[in-house]
Design a protein. Structure first.
Length: 219
C-alpha cells in the first residue's frame, strides 16, 4: 500500500472552485459554531486503490459532509461510499464490493499557519507541514478522501471468506469442483527436487570412466 500523501503537497497549486472535490466554506462566514451539511456525488480520481482492489477511475463516489466553523478553521466530517472492483487473491476471479470510509479533517485558516510559525520553538517538529489550509475559503477534499478510502481497503481481498483458491497441481478453481483431486498427485515442489536428483545420478553415471561404473578396481 502506498503511504498517504503529505498534506503540504495540496498547497502547491491554486484551487479551482469548479473541481468536483473542492468545496466552498464562505456560507459559514467564519462564525464559530455555524455548520453546513451537504451531499455530493463525484467521479473517482485516478489511482484510488491498492494492488488487488480499488475504486475505478470515474466511478461514482457518494459524499456526505458536515462542515463546522471553529476558531482555527473548518472541521470537516464525512462519509464516502463507492463501488470497488478487483480480483480475489486466492482464485484470481474478478470481484465487486462496496466501500464505506469515514473521515474527519481540520482545514485551518491561513493566519493559523502564521501563528504556528511564530510560536514554534527551534528544533520542534514542523506542525505546519502536516496541516491542511483553506485557500480563499475553499478546501480540496481529494487527499483526505484518498487516505480514508485506501486505508479502508482490504490488503488481501477474497471473493468469499472460505474461498478454497486454485489447485496447486493444475490451477483449476476449486470452488467450481469441490471434489477436484489428482490420482497419485505429488507436490510440485518435491517433484522438481526428484527430477533434479535423477538428473544428477544420470550425470554421475555418464562421467564414470570405469567399465560398467560398478566401482571395481584392477590389481
Amino acid at each position: 500500500m502506498e503511504p498517504p500523501r503529505r498534506k503540504q503537497e495540496t498547497l502547491n497549486a491554486p484551487l479551482d472552485h469548479r473541481a468536483p472535490l473542492v468545496f466552498d466554506t464562505r456560507e459559514l462566514e467564519r462564525r464559530p459554531g455555524s455548520m453546513k451539511r451537504l451531499s455530493r456525488t463525484v467521479e473517482a480520481p485516478a489511482d484510488l486503490g491498492v494492488e488487488f482492489i480499488g475504486v475505478a477511475e470515474g466511478a461514482s463516489v457518494e459524499l456526505d459532509l458536515r462542515m463546522e466553523s471553529v476558531m482555527e478553521g473548518v472541521l470537516v466530517t464525512g462519509t464516502a461510499r463507492a463501488p470497488l472492483t478487483g480480483e480475489c487473491v486466492r482464485c484470481l476471479e474478478p470481484l465487486e464490493q462496496q466501500c464505506e470510509a469515514d473521515f474527519q479533517e481540520m482545514f485551518s485558516y491561513p493566519e493559523s499557519g502564521e501563528r504556528l510559525r511564530k510560536t514554534a520553538e527551534p528544533g520542534e517538529p514542523d506542525e505546519e507541514e502536516d496541516t491542511l489550509f483553506l485557500e480563499d475559503d475553499l478546501f480540496d477534499l481529494e487527499p483526505v478522501l484518498r487516505d480514508a478510502v485506501v486505508l479502508s481497503l482490504p490488503l488481501q481481498p477474497v471473493c468469499r471468506e472460505d474461498c478454497p483458491g486454485l489447485c496447486s497441481v493444475c490451477g483449476a478453481r476449486l470452488a467450481d469442483d469441490p471434489e477436484h483431486e489428482h490420482d497419485n498427485a505429488v507436490d510440485i515442489r518435491w517433484a522438481a527436487l526428484q527430477g533434479l536428483a535423477s538428473s544428477m545420478r544420470d550425470g554421475e553415471q555418464d562421467n564414470d570412466p570405469r567399465p560398467g561404473g560398478d566401482g571395481s578396481q584392477e590389481k
